[in-house]
Design a binder for this molecule. Sequence first.
Ligand code: SAM
Length: 279
Amino acid sequence: MSDFIKKKKYGQNFLTSDRIPARIAAESGITSECGVIEIGPGLGVLTKQLLSVAKKVVAIEIDEELIPILNEKFAQHDNFLLINKDILEIDLGKLIEEQFPGMPVCVCANLPYYITTPILMKLLEGKHGFRTITVMVQKEVAQRLCSKCGDSEYGAITASVNYYASVKRLFPVKAGSFSPPPKVDSAVIRFDLFDTPPVTPADENTFFAVIRAAFAQRRKTLLNALHTAFGDRLTREQIAQIIEDAGLKADVRGEKTDNKTLCFISDKIFFNINGGKQK
Ligand code: SAM
């Protein structure tokens, strides 16, 4: 396979100076007691900075050609472990138990953009107790993830992510900071994971189904959206009553509804479907 195709395939855009990786490490909340999982170390520019702030770094790189380069570069570090695997295939629970016993664990990465959402959802849904997740993402993705309910960029992914963490945009990064430069600008964002989530739905599956429904078709009213999703189990009148009980107008649109209200609605739906029984 030519280098060109390979680079495209793995989303390989490498940071060219130490300045940005140093800033990422400095603003990641990682301290000398922390274990760090780095996704996609590439040529190791961020790895180098992470090793200077963390107790231990485990880096997961899919590209086998980078493995000897990285192992040679960090041969002097006995607090560095490199795993040649696809991050999406890794059992993170097992890795954390084996590599970071008793340590606070953070994730830090300049992400391969082609799998940004699956990686973020794997990190968040796994509920691994990460202290922070600091990642470089495409600028537009950063805007969406950091948007507030009611903003035009706010969507199902924002609402889902907000269930697990507060998200903050740290700083922008121009395409020219990478080699080869990507077609898009980037930004570094940081997730601070909640110890206690701000909403606690009776049933998470129903809650996420409500989120998906609410944002699926932006032009639809919440009533129509929920009827499409739950109409096989609830009547239109039952759904209308739930929306009224939530203190919303009958013609409200899902995209304007915050997680607290979506949680209220999801619990009502769950208990209506399950005959009012607590789970
Ligand atoms: N950290 C380096 C930097 O900042 O210069 C490289 C970042 S580059 C945007 C993304 C890296 O993720 C590449 O090294 C690529 O090979 C790696 N990668 C792509 N897909 C991956 C996957 N599924 N699992 C693990 N690493 C992956």
